[in-house]
Design a protein around this ligand. Structure first.
Ligand code: ADP
Ligand code: MG
Length: 491
C-alpha cells in the first residue's frame, strides 16, 4: 500500500463536467436563442479511446448540430481534451426526461452577468422607444422584440425588401430614404418594419426610433386637435431619428392627418432622418391621398412583398416549429405549405390550430387531421395532395388484428412476434406502437388490449401506451413511423 501514490492520482473530470466546459466554450460563439434550442439537454453518453459519443435529445437537434456546429463542437472538445479525435452523435430521448443525470440544462450556463446584459438591452429598447436619448417623452407604440431580420425567412419573392431593410438598419438616413414597402395583408410588412426598428436600436443604441400605425397617428391628430395640443404633438417628432409608419393606406380621406403627416415627413426628411412606410398598395394607387404625399412616398426606394414560394412557406413553418420547440412531421408541414395560398398569417393560423388540436387531443398530427382543419378554416378551397372524400370511403383498420397486421408489415416482423413475449427491441417497438394505436384509434380498454396481446396485465398495456405517447413528444422518427402506419390504416 502506498499512500504517496494516491496523492498523485488526479481525479478525472467527469463526463458531465467536461461537457459543461465544452458548452461554456461554445456558448459565446453561437447566438443565444440557437444555443438554447440546439444544445439544451445534451450530454456525453460515453467517451474513451479518443472517441466521444454526444447524446442529443431529438433527431432535429442531431440534424442541426451535424450540419451547423459539428466542427465547432469538435474544436471545443479538443481544446479541453486533445485526445479526442472522433465525435459521434446519438439521439437519446431520455435526455429530455426530468432528472436525467447526463443532460445539461444550458440555461444555467448564462451567469448573472449575461442575465444582466440581456435585461439591459431590453431596457434600452424600452427606454429609447418611449423616451429617447434626450430623455424627452415620446409617445410611441411598442415594437415587438420577436420580429427580427434574422427570423424573417428570405425567398426570392422577398429578397429585395429584406435587403433594403438590412441596408437601412446599417445606414439609417442613407440612400433608401424613404423606404416604402407594400404588399397584401399578412405577408410580413409589420414584421419587417419592426425588425428594422429592433436592428437599428441594436446597431445604434442612442438613436430614437418611433413606430406608429397610421391609424394611431390619425387618432393622435384628432386628439391633439380636440385638446389643442398641436404643439406638443409636433414636438414629439423633433428628435426622432427613425420614423416607422405602418399601413399608410389608412390615411385615405383623413385630410388633417395627411397634412400633419406631410409636415412631419418633410421635417424629418430634410434632416436626413430615416423614414419607413408600409402599405397594402404602391404609392401611385393610394386613393384619396394628397398628390404631394404620394410623390414623396415614392422618392426613395419602393419595394413589394410577394407571397412566398412553396419552399419559403415550408421553411417558415419549420422555423415557427423551432421557435415553439415543437416537432411535427416534415411531410405534414409540406402539406400545410401546399395548401395555404393566401398569406403567411394564414399559414401561421393553420399551424397554430394544428398544434392546439394535437395538444388538446394528445394525438400525433396526420395529413388527414390537417386536411380537416384546413377544410374547416377555408371551406371553399380544394385540398391538394389529399382527397378527403376518397379517404373517408376507404375501409379503416377497425380491429386490433388489422392494426397489428399493418404494424407488423411496416416493421417487417410477424403478428405472432408482436403478440409474443420476446423482449427484443425490434419487436418491443412494434408491440408498443400497436397497443398505442389500438388504444387511441379504436378506443379499446386496456383490459381488452391486454387480452388481445396474449393475456397481458392492463397495467402493462397502460405503461406501453403512456411511454409511446411520451416518446412522441420528442422523437421525430417515431412521429413519422406512426404517421405512415396511420395512413396505411386509412386514417
Ligand atoms: P402584414 O403586416 O403584412 O399584414 P405581418 O408582418 O403581421 O403581416 O405578418 C404576419 C405573420 O407572418 C407574422 O407573424 C410574421 O412574423 C409572419 N411572417 C410573414 N412573413 C414572414 C417571413 N418571410 N418569415 C417569417 N415569418 C413571416
Ligand atoms: Mg401589418
Amino acid at each position: 500500500m502506498c499512500f504517496g501514490h494516491i496523492q498523485f492520482i488526479q481525479l478525472p473530470m467527469s463526463e458531465k463536467e467536461l461537457w459543461v466546459s465544452v458548452l461554456r466554450r461554445l456558448q459565446p460563439t453561437i447566438n443565444k436563442a440557437n444555443f438554447i434550442t440546439w444544445f439544451q439537454n445534451t450530454g456525453v453518453l460515453s467517451s474513451g479511446n479518443g472517441k466521444m459519443v454526444v447524446g442529443l435529445p431529438t433527431e432535429y437537434a442531431k440534424t442541426w448540430i451535424l450540419s451547423k456546429y459539428a466542427l465547432k463542437v469538435l474544436q471545443a472538445i479538443q481544446e479541453i481534451d486533445a485526445e479526442v479525435t472522433e465525435v459521434n452523435y446519438e439521439v437519446s430521448s431520455k435526455l429530455n426526461e426530468e432528472g436525467n443525470l447526463v443532460a445539461v440544462n444550458v440555461k444555467t450556463l448564462f451567469g448573472a452577468e449575461e442575465e444582466k446584459k440581456v435585461r439591459k438591452v431590453r431596457n434600452i429598447n424600452e427606454i429609447t422607444m418611449t423616451r429617447g436619448a434626450s430623455g424627452q417623452k415620446i409617445n410611441s407604440q411598442m415594437i415587438n422584440g420577436r420580429y427580427s431580420l434574422n427570423n424573417f425567412i428570405v425567398g426570392h419573392e422577398n429578397r429585395l425588401p429584406h435587403a433594403a431593410c438590412q441596408a437601412v438598419s446599417n445606414a439609417p438616413g442613407g440612400i433608401y430614404n424613404p423606404l416604402y414597402i407594400y404588399g397584401s395583408v399578412g405577408l410580413g410588412k409589420t414584421h419587417l418594419i419592426q425588425a428594422v426598428g429592433n436592428q437599428i436600436l441594436k446597431n445604434f443604441p442612442d438613436m430614437v426610433v418611433k413606430y406608429i400605425t397610421a391609424e394611431k397617428f390619425v387618432s393622435e391628430v384628432v386628439e391633439a386637435i380636440g385638446k389643442r395640443h398641436m404643439k406638443q404633438f409636433k414636438d414629439q417628432y423633433r428628435n426622432v431619428d427613425c420614423f416607422l409608419i405602418d399601413d399608410v393606406q389608412f390615411f385615405a380621406r383623413k385630410d388633417s392627418s395627411q397634412q400633419e403627416f406631410f409636415h412631419t415627413f418633410n421635417e424629418l426628411y430634410e434632416r436626413n432622418k430615416q423614414i419607413i412606410l408600409t402599405s397594402d398598395r404602391p404609392p401611385s394607387e393610394l386613393q384619396e391621398m394628397d398628390e404631394r404625399l404620394k410623390s414623396r412616398f415614392g422618392m426613395g426606394m419602393v419595394t413589394e412583398l410577394l407571397f412566398p414560394s412553396f419552399e419559403a412557406r415550408s421553411a417558415i413553418l419549420h422555423q415557427k416549429c423551432r421557435e415553439h420547440g415543437l416537432i411535427l412531421d416534415p411531410e405534414v408541414l409540406d402539406f400545410i405549405a401546399n395548401n395555404v395560398h393566401t398569406s403567411v398569417r394564414e399559414l401561421e393560423g393553420v399551424l397554430k390550430q394544428v398544434i392546439a388540436e394535437s395538444q388538446l387531443f394528445d394525438r400525433v398530427t396526420t395529413i388527414r387531421s390537417v386536411a380537416e382543419i384546413i377544410k374547416r378554416m377555408n371551406k371553399a378551397q380544394e385540398i391538394i395532395g389529399y382527397d378527403i372524400e376518397a379517404r373517408t370511403g376507404k375501409t379503416l383498420a377497425r380491429d386490433a388484428m388489422a392494426v397489428m397486421g399493418i404494424v407488423a408489415e411496416y416493421f417487417n416482423v410477424t403478428v405472432d412476434q408482436i403478440i409474443g413475449k420476446d423482449r427484443h427491441k425490434g419487436v418491443m417497438l412494434p408491440r408498443h406502437i400497436s397497443m398505442y394505436l389500438i388504444k387511441n384509434e379504436l378506443s379499446e380498454s386496456y383490459e381488452k388490449i391486454g387480452l388481445e396481446f396474449g393475456g397481458r396485465n392492463h397495467t402493462t398495456v397502460m405503461h406501453a401506451c403512456n411511454k409511446t405517447a411520451d416518446k412522441l413528444r420528442k422523437d421525430l422518427r417515431l412521429v413519422r413511423d406512426i404517421n405512415a402506419i396511420k395512413r396505411e390504416m386509412g386514417l
